[in-house]
Design a protein around this ligand. Structure first.
Ligand code: F6R
Length: 358
């Protein structure tokens, strides 16, 4: 049931504050983590995350969190590559498989490859009865509720929330890092996400311009480079506009050749220690008449000055929340652009909700 919404996708975007609250409630309680006891990272030396599509991009964000907080190396790979590369698996590897449906053929094959090789297999799934859930040693359901629209939205942000909690657990087990302050921060996520949803009218006008473009670039740094990839993926699958996401620092190494006055460049840049560098990338785009749409907070907007054709202002958020919060305007931008173009938002052409054949 779509309720009062025109599409399942829009409903699922708006459900995010509520399902994230459910998800956090399932795994954290009064400043303490409540993850399965078997999820113990002592002795873990390395994490491998394998997934497809948007779930893979959640893995890329998790790499930043786990490496930064728990100081162990994290490898992230797309399942179709991982399974056929048959990589060596060092001792002390924890393998994490991220899948909304829990049925994705390549992800499942990668999981089966890791059996007997990894110390433990963790499934981060939405469908708790799925094959990936059944075949994992430890299952962490993301509690997003049924996701009907083909393009993943609340699935992505709930995957992120669970992966953030998992990173906190790893940091506690390996370094004795107290999770309480970050858990208190995560408690603010549903409220801040409601604020982010409030930016929808501005995003709708940005979508009117974007709907006229034939190509778009998305840029971001650090964990936000994964969000740039997610923004580009959502836009292409929903609106059929050709879009590419890049780490901002890669701009000069090729994609800047594409920039001209017809090229919208969506820059995902919350205020953080890397903001200045991203602003300088943005200026390079503007010097070539590229049309910058800047997604940032009030301080970032001030630092960026007059150049961008449009600034979409997000609430000011702690770093750990930024990937979830900035997913929202990127989802809405793709949604409204597609709606204006009249494409089938819930069932984009050529796509299936669950990719059970490779
Ligand atoms: C994009 C999208 C897909 C899925 C991918 C993996 O919006 O929905 O890229 O994320 O097909 O699916 P799951 O998570 O079910 O393994």
């Amino acid at each position: 049931d779509k309720g009062n919404y025109k599409h399942f996708m829009l409903k699922e975007i708006h459900e995010q504050p509520a399902v994230l609250a459910d998800c956090l409630r399932a795994y954290a309680d009064g400043g303490a983590l409540r993850l399965p006891e078997t999820l113990d990272f002592r002795g873990c030396r390395r994490v491998t995350i394998v997934a497809c599509g948007t779930a893979y991009l959640a893995g890329l964000v998790a790499k930043h969190w786990i490496e930064r907080m728990a100081r162990i190396p994290v490898e992230v790979d797309v399942a179709s590559e991982f399974r056929y590369r048959e990589p060596p698996v060092p001792e002390g590897t924890t393998a994490i498989f991220v899948s909304q449906s829990g049925e994705t053929a390549d992800t499942l094959a990668a999981l089966r490859y890791m059996k007997g090789k990894a110390d433990r297999i963790v499934g981060v799934v939405n469908v708790a009865t799925s094959t990936i859930a059944r075949e994992s040693d430890i299952v962490l359901p993301i509690h997003a509720g049924p996701e009907i629209a083909v393009a993943s939205t609340k699935g992505f942000t709930c995957q992120l929330a669970v992966l953030a909690l998992l990173a906190l657990k790893a940091a506690f087990d390996l370094l004795g890092r107290d999770p309480a302050p970050d858990l208190a921060t995560l408690d603010r996520l549903p409220g801040l996400m409601n604020e982010a949803l409030g930016a929808e009218p501005g995003i709708e006008s940005a979508a009117q311009e974007l709907a006229l473009a034939s190509d778009a670039l998305f840029l971001g740094r650090g964990a936000m480079s994964a969000l740039a990839l997610e923004g580009a993926l959502k836009l292409k699958e929903l609106s059929y506009i050709h879009a590419e996401g890049y780490a901002s620092g890669e701009l000069k190494h090729g994609p800047i050749a594409l920039v001209d006055r017809d090229m919208p460049v969506i820059v995902v840049a919350p205020t953080d220690p890397l903001l200045e560098k991203t602003i300088s990338n943005m200026q390079e785009v503007m010097a070539r008449e590229g049309r910058v749409v800047l997604l940032t907070d009030a301080a970032g907007a001030k630092a960026a000055g007059q150049g961008p054709v449009r600034v979409l202002t997000m609430p000011e958020v702690p770093a750990i929340l930024a990937p979830m919060i900035y997913a929202v305007p990127l989802q809405l931008l793709a949604y409204h652009t597609a709606r204006l173009k009249g494409t089938d938002v819930d069932q984009p052409r050529n796509l299936a909700k669950s990719v059970t054949v490779e």
